[in-house]
Structures are given as C-alpha cells and as structure tokens.
Ligand binder design. Structure first.
Ligand code: 4AD
Length: 456
C-alpha cells in the first residue's frame, strides 16, 4: 500500500496544495503514508473511533484514530487546540462522507506534543461565538485560531501581496518612509506626540510627504506602512494604528489619478481572486461580494451636498447640508449604501481639506481631491493633487497655522524641479472590511489598536 517506494513517512502540509505527486487519490486501492503536524481544530469521539480535524495554517485534514489508538488515554482525553503529530495512510473519503479536500488520514501512530486545557479553560469556553466584543478582543490571540478570523488574516496577506504585485507591474518603486517624524500631515488633533531625545516628535499620520520626496529619484512610488492617529472617537472604521497603502504619481493631471485609483483597486481584486483559495475564502466571508465595474461613479462634492439634501439626510447638527460642511461618517455611509456602488467623490472645499492640496484652477473654492467610498464602509481612500508652487505652499502653511521650518525638505521639492503630481492613501483595514464583508476594521487587523485598547 505504500506509494512511490516510500518506507519512511513523509511530512505533508494539510491543505490541498501539497498532495504528493503521482498519487491517484481516486483509486480505491491507493493510500500514501504521511506524517502531519498541527493542532486539533475539532474532535469527535465515538465508541471505537476518534475523528480529529487537524489544522496547520496551510489547511485542514480529517484524521481517524481507530482500534487501540482510539482507546489510548491521550485519545480519550484529547482536547481542541492540542498540538500533535500523526502518521498514517491518506485515503479518499468514502462515498457520502465529507472531509476537507475529500480525504482522510487513517492513523497508525500519533503523539501529543502540547496538550490544551479542557473544562473551564477549554478554548470553546474562552472564545464563545456569542461572547461580547471586549472579551473577544481580550482573547484575540485565541480568536485568531477560528476559521473566520484566520480567513480574514489570509485574505489580508493575499491583498497586501496583490498590492505589491500590481504596483510592480506598473513599475512603481517601493520605499520605506520613517514612522518617527517631526511634521504633521493630516492636522494636529490626531497626532501622537512623544519625546524624542528631548525633542518633540510624532508617530507618522501618513507617509505622503516623504513619498513626494521620492518622486524625483524614483518616479512613481508607493509604500505600505503603518500610520498612527490619536482618534478620540470609537467608530467601526477608526483605528489608532492602521496599515496605509500610499502612492505618489509624477507628471499627472487629476483625471489620471482617478483612473489610476480604479486601476489599482480592480487590479488588486483580480489578482487576489485569481488565487482559488482566496476566492473561496472571500466567497465564504462575503457571499454577496461583487467585483466593481469600471468606470466608478464620479461625483463632485457639491453634487453630493445636493444629493444629501434631496434625500433628506441631515448634517451633524441635524440641519440640511450646506456647501462647506464636512460630510460626516453617518451621512457618507448612507449615501454610499443607497447608491450601492463605489464612488469617486471629488472637489472638496479648500477649508475642509489638508494644507497641501492643489486648488482647482477653474474653481479656487475647491481642491483637486478625491475620496473613494465603498458600500458598507464608506471612505477607503483619500487622495489629491499636491500644491506644486513654492509661494502657494508657503501661503498654505501660514493659512493653516503651520510653522514652515520643519517642512523645509518638503518645501524644497517645489524649489528643485517641481512637477504636477498627486497621490493617495488607502486604509488596508477598511479595504478588507469592504472585501471581506466585516462590520468593523477591528476585525481586519491582527491586533487592533484604538482608543482604550493597546493589548494584547
Ligand atoms: O484621508 P486620509 O487622512 O489621507 C491621508 O492621510 C493622505 N495624506 C494620504 C495620501 O494622500 N497619501 O487617510 C487616507 C485613508 C482613509 O481614506 C482611510 O481609509 C484610512 O486612510 N484611514 C484610517 N483607517 C483606519 N483608522 C483610521 N483612524 C484612519 N484614518 C484614515
């Protein structure tokens, strides 16, 4: 029964990708000897047989302990999350039975490597599906072992990989800007300040300003780094530490930026879905997910204000929206959910946007700025053309009460060969909340950080 002349058990990963070659699993008289390592994801004990679903990150495998093996102390007391090694023969499951990848391991030997507790401390008691959100967050290290949380982490890995792939297809250069900085990007109210060898410094809010300085040597460029915001509100889309996918594009017009945004978002989705394991996970996590069609809906801020008033959606003071209002999270999400398509919302007023944004040449009340809004989540991207004129930028610092001195290196970009350029930042956790149909960004990062939570 041993295939390929194997006399020593081989180690295989549990998922479908690593079946030893040249084994015909459909043939009834073929089995192959393997050795597997993993943790008990599920176990079911019957009179003469113990079914164990083993998990190793690569996949799951059903293992069957029978005969004397099923009567051993370790088998009888086997608990979920126990780590173990099993050797045996791998078989196709009998007709009518179900198991991951349609196969099961008939064990002839096993070893427990690390027992997990049962009783009150059993993982099923620590991490209950109906547990309250705070308890689940305290037990995040255990929650991550569950299928849903783990799937989101796998999709996250694939999406990050897809961004790198897509950017490299487009010949963008990846750089790694600093996290410890002395300049603000998105306003003083969300700065995390700290003492840096007796100097004032901050955790970066965005790598944008540094990315802009890469344009002259690298051309179009990007980074995937952490950004930090001292957000003082508890919402389902705000974190204190998040992963920021940012890019800068040189010698472009505003319209090029909008087209690029469609390109990168659709490209990343295509690359991610081309991996069958990811396609299946996204389907399981978010059955109603549909790839957006291009072009995305484009809407000017001023038209959004009209739209909100036509639909009787009020501003934060419960008044009709006026030009100049910040469109609050709730209103933005209602609009996005009703329109139910991705939206490129453009041309926000100067007064509500960051100091560095380029004004629209035809209407200086507004900026060449864009937010990408997704149903269910709202804003996932913020971007704009950047002011490229030296004098205008100096004026903008002044208007925003920002001392120009610490920004000398940023300002210098306008002195040493300026260019029309623009870029954007995409919140990876928000993108994933949309893609994976998750209610909150707290479930799309490894260990969420937000006001009041910095552990585990
Ligand atoms: O709109 P924001 O603040 O734009 C910038 O930081 C620009 N400097 C980026 C750039 O042009 N390079 O943030 C960009 C995106 C948001 O659309 C959102 O997806 C995400 O970053 N984001 C957050 N995600 C989670 N928690 C927070 N507190 C976030 N703040 C922003």
């Amino acid at each position: 029964r041993i295939n390929l002349g194997e006399t020593r058990p081989e180690v295989v990963k549990l998922g479908s990708g690593e079946r030893p070659k040249d084994v015909d699993y459909s043939s009834p008289d073929r089995g192959t000897r393997v050795r597997v390592y993993g943790r008990v994801h599920r176990e079911r004990k019957q009179a003469h047989v113990v079914f164990v679903t083993l998990r190793d990150g690569f996949g799951y495998m059903q293992c069957v302990l029978t005969g004397p093996l099923a009567k051993t102390f370790d088998a009888i007391t086997l608990t979920r999350e126990t780590s173990m090694m099993i050797t045996g023969e791998m078989w196709e499951v009998p007709p009518g039975a179900h198991a991951p990848d349609n196969r099961e391991l008939h064990a002839d030997y096993f070893e427990v490597i690390g027992k997990a507790p049962g009783g009150d401390d059993a993982i099923t008691n620590k991490v209950q599906a109906k547990g309250d959100a705070q308890t689940l967050l305290d037990q995040r290290h255990l929650v991550l072992r569950g299928e849903t949380a783990a799937s989101v982490m796998f999709v996250r890995d694939a999406v990050e990989h897809a961004f790198n792939t897509k950017f490299h297809e487009l010949h963008y250069v990846k750089v790694s800007p600093p996290a410890l900085v002395q300049t603000q990007v998105e306003g003083g109210s969300t700065l995390f300040e700290f003492d840096y060898y007796n100097e004032k410094a901050y955790l970066t809010q965005s790598s944008q300003l540094y990315l802009e300085t890469a344009l002259p040597f690298a051309g179009n460029c990007y980074c995937i780094e952490k950004s930090f915001r001292a957000e003082k509100s508890l919402t389902r889309r705000h974190l204190s530490e998040y992963t920021h996918v940012e890019a800068e594009l040189d010698f472009i017009k505003f319209d090029d930026l909008l087209t690029h945004l469609e390109d990168i978002i659709c490209g990343v989705i295509d690359i991610t879905l081309s991996n069958p394991r990811m396609a299946k996970m996204i389907q399981d996590l978010n059955p109603s997910f549909e790839k957006p069609s291009r072009p995305f809906k484009r809407m000017r801020y001023s038209d959004a204000i009209t739209w909100l008033n036509e639909h009787d959606i009020k501003n934060e003071n419960d008044q009709p929206h006026e030009f100049g209002d910040d469109i609050a999270e709730a209103a933005e999400r209602r609009m996005t959910d009703i329109l139910a398509v991705p939206i490129l919302l453009t041309h926000f007023p100067v007064a509500i946007k960051a100091f560095y944004m380029q004004k629209d040449a035809e209407d200086p009340r507004v900026t060449e700025s864009v937010d990408v809004l997704m149903p269910g989540v709202g804003e996932i991207v913020g971007g704009s053309m950047r002011m490229d004129d030296y004098a205008e930028l100096m004026e903008a610092y002044k208007r925003n009460g920002i001392g120009a001195e610490p920004y000398y290196w940023y300002t210098d970009q306008r002195r040493y060969g300026t260019s029309p350029h623009g870029g954007y930042g995409l919140g990876l956790e928000r993108f994933l909340a949309w893609l994976c149909g998750q209610h909150t960004v707290r479930d799309t990062c490894f260990y969420p950080r937000y006001m009041g939570r910095c552990r585990p």
